[in-house]
Write a protein that binds this ligand. Structure first.
Ligand code: NAD
Length: 499
């Protein structure tokens, strides 16, 4: 059976801890590989490899670093098919969606190719007599990223793409559920010309994460995953003096105003609610139709569409979505559906009984649709992260905007309307980090920044875009004088001012 070790100092190395996890093929339910769980000592080896590579890489001029990123982008594009197949075989998302996962990562690399421009500092000539001031952005040093299972290509690239372009060296701890793609990306970075040790991958679980959070030589940690772990990573990492950005879970609402085009809305909800089996942090999980009349009409349209969703293997080009990532995650979603029924929500479509013919042991789950979900229900408050769309009815605009605004999560939200004024007011007032206007999944492009509010992000600085460059660099400001005439005669005891 295939065994994943780690990627340290430019080489694949075997795990030595004696601890392993299973990597499943979600389509069949079989264990297809073992992944080594790094010990503290193995994490330290990766940090040492990154430390060794740091002086050379940080001193490499930005244009040369950008050239490595250009090469890397071309190599990822060349290997797109292989990466997409690896991704689907471990995650379960359909191939076209895996390509999208890789492509969104490539777009961050394209942004990182502009690093010579992005890292430019500021300059003031003549700030005082013979005095100029300039600032520079410098890399932090060795930085680390801890990533979730659901975007094993895009999210590592969100992090190491920007961090490495800025002159840092990197230790990545990917999800233990789908390690293939991050391992392959590390190989491609070496092929692109990054020196050994610039990008290292350690596989593992909490032990590896704790080793990262406590290592004195790691300057900053980026994390993406569930909120409980994000909060833990933020508090433990900052307690150890690190800069931390930790993105968490979500419950993304779509507000549907009575003037919206219901056919368009139905299509958007089906795609954004059930794509990737709902295992997306920007999936729409709650639809909020405004008025009962609109809600009735929406349910009537959604019901047959959810019932006829084609759930199939990741390689079936006709599939809407594939299996869930693991049996345990599938069970968690099933438990939430049971709970929703107990809590009194109306289960309009029940996907629990779905069996995939010929793949009975795969982690498949049919689409479910709940109506009359209310804010006090646990199934409304929690993130379900599966192919389950909930409808929470609202009487008016104010009630609709209050739902996402008061929810514990605040990652993404959307409004569907033809009324520009309502959309503008919504975008301005809603307490959520990323807003879509007639756009169901408002994931900003790489040159903007990504990040939620409230329990969706424990971070002061967002991911990628200019915020990503700020996160992975620190500013130094130099005030310099080149006096024309010799040395001052007397010391100046007063704070210098421009009076
Ligand atoms: P997860 O929190 O289980 O795991 C994320 C990472 O943390 C993995 O590398 C894992 O090994 C590690 N980890 C897990 N438990 C840990 C613990 N107790 N201590 C230390 N480390 C631990 O998340 P997941 O199931 O892989 O991913 C799905 C979650 O990620 C969802 O909640 C989803 O909303 C969220 N997510 C958020 C964003 C965002 O940008 N906000 C993007 C994608 C996914």
């Amino acid at each position: 059976m295939k065994e994943f070790g780690h990627f340290i100092g430019g080489d694949q190395v075997q795990g030595t801890s004696g601890r392993f996890g299973d990597v499943f093929n979600p389509a069949t339910g079989e264990v297809q590989a073992k992944v080594a769980f790094a010990s503290r000592a193995e994490v330290r080896k990766a940090v040492e490899a990154a430390l060794k590579a740091l002086p050379g890489w940080a001193a490499t001029n930005p244009q040369r670093r950008a050239r490595v990123m250009f090469n890397f982008k071309a190599l990822v594009e060349k290997n797109m098919d292989q990466l997409a197949h690896l991704l689907s075989s471990e995650h379960g998302k359909v191939l076209a969606d895996s390509r999208g996962d890789v492509q969104r990562g490539i777009e961050v690399i394209e942004f990182a190719c502009g690093i010579p421009h992005l890292m430019k500092g500021e300059y003031t000539e003549g700030a005082g007599p013979g005095i100029d001031i300039y600032s520079m952005r410098q890399p932090l040093g060795v930085v680390a990223g801890i990533t979730p299972f659901n975007f094993p290509a895009m999210i590592p690239m969100w992090m190491f793409g920007v961090a490495i372009a800025c002159g840092n060296t990197f230790v990545c701890k990917p999800s233990e559920k789908d390690p293939s793609v991050p391992m392959r990306l590390a190989e491609l970075m070496m092929e692109a010309g990054a020196p050994a040790g610039v990008l290292n991958v350690v596989n593992g679980d909490k032990e590896a994460v704790d080793a990262i959070l406590e290592d004195p030589d790691i300057q900053a940690v980026s994390f993406v995953g569930s909120s409980a772990v994000a909060e833990y990573v933020y508090s433990r990492g900052t307690a150890h003096g690190k800069r931390v950005q930790a993105m968490g879970g979500a419950k993304n609402h779509a507000i549907i105003m009575p003037d919206a085009d219901l056919d368009q809305v139905t299509n958007e909800l089906i795609g954004a609610g059930y794509g990737s089996a709902g295992e997306r942090c920007m999936a729409i999980s709650v639809a909020v139709p405004v008025t009962d009349k609109l809600a009735d009409a929406l349910v009537e349209r959604l019901k047959p569409r959810v019932e006829s969703l084609k759930v199939s293997t990741p390689t079936d080009p006709e599939a809407a979505y594939g299996p869930m990532v693991t049996a345990a995650h599938r069970q968690k979603v099933l438990d939430y559906i049971d709970l929703g029924v107990k809590e009194g929500a109306e289960l309009v479509v029940d996907g629990r009984g779905f069996k995939m013919q010929g793949y009975e042991n795969g982690f498949y789950l049919g689409g479910s649709l709940f109506d009359r979900v209310t804010p006090e229900m646990k199934t409304y408050q929690d993130e379900i992260f599966g192919p389950v769309l909930q409808i929470a009815r609202a009487d008016d605009f104010d009630e609709a905007i209050a739902l996402p605004s008061t929810h514990q999560y605040g990652n993404g939200v959307a409004i569907f309307t033809r009324d520009g004024d309502a959309a503008r007011e919504f975008a301005s007032k809603v307490k959520v980090g990323m807003v879509g206007v007639n756009i169901p999944i408002p994931v900003p492009l790489a040159y903007h920044t990504f990040g939620g509010w409230k329990r969706s992000a424990f971070a002061d600085v967002n991911v990628h875009g200019p915020e990503g460059v700020r996160f992975y660099t620190r500013i130094k400001t130099v005030t310099q004088r080149w006096p024309k005439g010799g040395v001052r005669e007397h010391p100046d005891f007063v704070i210098p001012t421009m009076k």
